[in-house]
Design a protein around this ligand. Structure first.
Ligand code: NDP
Ligand code: OXD
Length: 306
């Protein structure tokens, strides 16, 4: 069995070694133009030429959870596209989002400023009930995040395409319940996949439905958020702040106004990183399942876009 490795921006050797160990007998090589046909591909941001030259591929394994960039390409007809299914990401996402929510709720930035100014001062404890958190997307990552937030006894809401029941989370579903979900939320966490239905979903019309003094945490994709609308709502005071891990252009350009906005905390797309060993083990298991004709988690529905 041949496996082509085509991951832009990823050092290949440790992946090749790991995949060869996990799949003894498989030929795993870095793809180059004109390379021999492979059965499976392990990819991240591959060029279109890769798929044009490998139309026979049976399995395409994305080394991330989001497949929005991959689905912009013309993919081989008949190939099964598979995303990482947690592989150590959900715990990272839960710690990132809980940290952002708690940092805001407990006013740790203000304490930090006081301490830097040599000031010993207390702030009045705030009511948890006044900080309902809404999680958009209740998939592999969103469900874990919603459950983690509920452990801190915040009122937690969730919104997804299909209806769900999750202990400790008030669930809303579909476009018809979006307004109810937003109006019930003060802190909004975005964990939706980027699809034609969700592009620009964080815009004036939706964000202005959050409760006054709202807070936005975007950890999914930059193109979910209309940047100017976020800035307008921060300037008007309707929103108190935002934590952003993802941006329309990455790295965030030096001239982008987000850099200068003190109410926005920025991290460089790092909220849930691909962990190599977990990912290799998962991909090897999925390749074995696909070869054996067995079902597997993480298969992407191309029509749905995630
Ligand atoms: P999943 O596919 O497991 O979950 C997606 C969730 O979004 C599902 O609950 C789905 O609903 C819901 N959803 C999709 N479309 C709609 C819609 N139109 N309306 C309402 N709900 C919708 O994805 P993951 O949880 O694994 O990952 C989510 C995203 O997080 C990724 O696509 C990626 O963009 C981003 N990500 C960011 C990382 C980072 O470091 N910043 C790291 C990893 C991922 P339903 O359950 O009904 O299908
Ligand atoms: C992913 C990401 O989608 O890292 O996995 O953004």
């Amino acid at each position: 069995m041949k496996i082509a490795f085509c991951c832009t921006g990823t050092k290949p050797e440790p992946w090749l070694n790991g995949l060869r160990t996990a799949l003894p007998g498989a030929e795993v090589e870095v793809w180059h133009a004109g390379a021999a046909p492979a059965e499976h591909a392990v990819v991240w941001a591959p060029p279109q030429q890769f798929f044009d030259e490998q139309p026979q591929l049976k399995g395409i394994f994305n080394i991330g959870a989001g497949v929005d960039a991959l689905l912009k390409l013309r993919l081989p007809a008949g190939a099964t596209v598979v995303r990482l299914d947690d592989a150590g990401m959900s715990v990272q996402m839960a710690e990132y989002v809980c940290h952002a929510v708690i940092r805001h709720f407990r006013e740790f930035d203000a304490y930090e400023a006081d301490i830097l100014a040599g000031k010993w001062s207390y702030r009045k404890p705030r009511e948890r009930a006044e900080f309902p958190v809404g999680v958009m997307g209740l998939g592999v990552l969103g469900e874990r995040v919603a459950k983690a937030l509920s452990q801190f006894e915040f009122p937690v809401m969730g919104w997804s395409r299909s209806a769900k029941t999750i202990a400790g989370v008030q669930c809303f579903a579909g476009a018809t319940q979006l307004s109810d979900f937003l109006r019930a939320s003060k802190v909004l966490v975005n964990l939706l996949p980027l699809t034609p239905d969700t592009r620009d979903i964080l815009r004036l019309e939706t964000l202005s439905q959050l409760q006054g003094g709202g807070y936005v945490i975007n950890v999914a994709r930059g193109a979910h958020l209309v940047d100017e609308d976020l800035i307008a709502l921060l300037d008007s005071g309707h929103l108190a702040g935002a934590t952003l891990d993802v941006f329309r252009d990455e790295p965030l350009p030096a001239e982008h106004p987000f850099w200068q906005q003190p109410k926005i905390s920025i991290t460089p797309h790092t909220s849930a990183r691909t962990l190599r060993d977990e990912s290799i083990a998962q991909i090897a298991g999925k390749i074995r399942a696909l070869e054996a004709g067995q079902p597997m988690a993480g298969t992407v529905d191309l029509a749905r876009g995630y």
